[in-house]
Design a protein around this ligand. Structure first.
Ligand code: ADP
Ligand code: MG
Length: 410
């Protein structure tokens, strides 16, 4: 029921051609993917390969039609310089394991060697180009660089949802030189995310946390119009509590966002949405492994401590509200979840979302990583692969990477 509604909406909202609308048989297809996966700081191994898994449906589609597949992506922030620790080799290995076939690589993403490697591809072979951001031209959306990428192929497919909010050469510039369509991941992301903006099953609950209000104002405002229940935890809760004149001690506060928090609370009242703020919180002297937590009511936050998690009473209170929802959107952890002692609230919310029968959508970033690391990702209706891109889309902004693709009517 939910999905069919969402599907119809996408037809209207996306209005873009997908890989299904174009003949890819035997063609050289340049696919921009988002393989910007988290790497373990010590071993350099991939710590979460969800973004690689997410691209497999598009690859299967292309394999079945004998396309010659040229994949390109960025990894990390090399800032326009060749950076050994950010080479794509580790990704090629994982992709090869998942596909159970060899994945070819080249040492560059443009240039004559790359062009030769692309030209030599046979049907259903895969070539993964080197990190696009080794060139500053990528983030500058340089037309020459975009043209050099385009020269490798006959067709361009954008399936890099996580980067679709960026105006980069491999996302936007390249579409000036090749017939350009969306991949199946972008299509699915837009279906699910537009589904919750347009017509969620009510009651609809929005559960928000994470560090900053300022990153998320547009999204909060946009979603606010729709939610029946609004739950605010994490660092964000401190700004809301302060705006309600509670003492918040050393908690992370965005002074600039106090007015925004007040405005959002006013909006919630006017919309008739019920606002759930913490009743109790875990506080600590410092945000580190050594600090001990103590639970206090929000009226009693000590001046020399900071909020690091929601308390048990709040977990109960939020859980009760969330259990009454038919759709739940979650973005942002309830506390400093990287420190296991302060991850209780975040883990409790993750478990609740895994158990509920409601439609559950997670807006990328840390909340998605938590779900995956707890082994609960398969219990969620949809987890977005794009943190910034999903926030941008849910904030009502157009994604340049989608806008640049061929219209349905072209
Ligand atoms: P997401 O990536 O899910 O969008 P954010 O990037 O906004 O979420 O926020 C994630 C960060 O928020 C985490 O690193 C977490 O430690 C931090 N955080 C959560 N609660 C608090 C808090 N009470 N004080 C400080 N930081 C917090
Ligand atoms: Mg984040």
């Amino acid at each position: 029921m939910y999905l069919s509604t969402a599907l119809k909406q996408t037809d209207r909202i996306m209005n873009k051609q997908t890989v299904r609308d174009i003949d890819v048989s035997g063609k050289k297809v340049l696919v921009r993917v988002d393989f910007n996966v988290p790497l373990d700081g010590k071993t350099g191994e991939i710590s979460d390969d969800s973004r690689i898994h997410a691209i497999l449906p598009t690859l299967d589609y292309l394999f079945e039609r004998g396309a010659k597949i040229i994949l390109c992506s960025h990894l990390g922030r090399p800032n326009g310089k060749v950076t050994e620790s950010l080479r794509m080799g580790v990704i090629a290995n994982r992709l090869s394991e998942l596909l159970k076939m060899p994945v070819k690589t080249v040492k560059d993403c443009v240039g004559s060697e790359t062009k030769k490697a692309a030209a030599k591809l046979s049907s259903s072979e895969v070539l993964l180009l080197e990190n696009l951001r080794f060139y500053p031209e990528e983030e500058e959306n340089n037309p020459e660089f975009a043209r050099a990428l385009a020269n490798l192929a006959d067709i361009y497919v954008n399936d890099a949802f996580g980067t679709a909010h960026r105006e980069h050469a491999s996302i936007v510039g390249v579409t000036n030189y090749l017939p350009s369509v969306a991949g199946l991941l972008i299509e699915k992301e837009i279906q699910h995310l537009s589904g919750i903006i347009e017509k969620p099953a009510y009651p609809f609950g929005g559960l928000f946390g994470g560090a900053k209000v300022s990153d998320k104002v547009d999204m909060l405002e946009n979603i606010m119009a729709n939610v029946d229940y609004l739950f605010i935890g994490g660092g964000m809760a401190a700004t809301f509590l302060k705006a309600k004149s509670y003492q918040t001690g050393l908690s992370l506060i965005e002074e600039d966002s106090l007015g925004t928090a007040a405005m959002l609370m006013e909006r919630a009242r006017n919309n008739g949405s019920k606002l759930f703020l913490p009743l109790d919180v875990v506080v600590a002297a410092e945000p580190n492994e050594k600090a001990l937590g103590e639970t206090v009511d929000i009226e009693n936050i000590p001046p020399d401590k900071m909020i690091v998690d929601i308390g048990l009473r709040t977990i109960e209170y939020f859980s009760k509200g969330l259990r009454g929802c038919k759709t739940i959107f979650w973005n942002g952890p309830m506390g400093i979840h990287e420190i296991s002692r302060f991850a209780t609230g975040t883990r409790a919310m993750a478990e609740l979302l895994a158990e509920t029968n409601a439609v559950t959508i997670i807006g990328g970033g840390s909340s998605a990583e938590v779900m995956t690391s707890m082994g609960l990702a398969n219990k969620i209706t949809f987890i977005s692969t794009g943190g910034g891109a999903s926030l941008s889309f849910l904030g009502g902004r157009k994604l340049p990477g989608v806008e640049a693709l061929l219209d349905e009517s072209d």
